[in-house]
Design a protein around this ligand. Sequence first.
Ligand code: F6R
Length: 242
Amino acid sequence: MKVIIGKDYAEISKLAAEKMIGEWDSYNILGFATGSTPEGLYQELIQANKDGKISFKDKTTVNLDEYIGLPENHKESYRFFMNTKLFDHVDVDKKNTNVPHAKDEFDVAACKNYDELVNKLGGADIQILGIGENGHIAFNEPNEELSANTNIVKLTDSTIKANSRFFNNEDEVPRYAITMGMGTILKAKEIILLASGVKKADAIKKLVEDDKVTTKNPSTFLKLHPNVTIYITQDIADAINL
Ligand code: F6R
């Protein structure tokens, strides 16, 4: 696992974007994440698209996860996030953008269909990830067991609390989500994980300090992948003596 330290959020966003832009032609399937962390990277990609350096015309995208129970045009749905933060501003064909969607928490068919889609595409050529303070990846929360494949999860209290900053109050945060499993994510040929701010230090420590894998920190499953680069800010590096 390669670790790249940038002085701040702007710098890690830029460094990750430069890497992607440099290898753009080798990516057909782009794996995206939502959350606040990748926004800076998306802005860099939008600018590069406007400058004519990269095109999304022939690209297909797959996203990691989506809340259950929010309509696609809800301002907190991950489909809405991707449209407004990236897809609406680049030359991607929306037909080729995929965000999982389950109609309710019992919709196992939606999980199966999404895995089939990812498999048919051969997995993402590059998958962008953020990380939760508790080490969650996508909506794979720390637990006794994790599902390998796309699955429906009940959000933990800590994630509901963390995500309530985007809603009027905690009650409005959906209780369930559909998410790629760690196995689905590990099908990506290359993975970039971004983490900014000292709140992520504990989670990153578990990811880089040894070779142990634990469902108590789903990000540690990334140790099983041969091509992962993590971009972290200097304050995280300082906090864990990197
Ligand atoms: C989003 C996702 C989440 C976030 C994580 C960090 O698609 O899968 O796992 O990456 O919650 O969120 P931020 O970036 O807002 O700190």
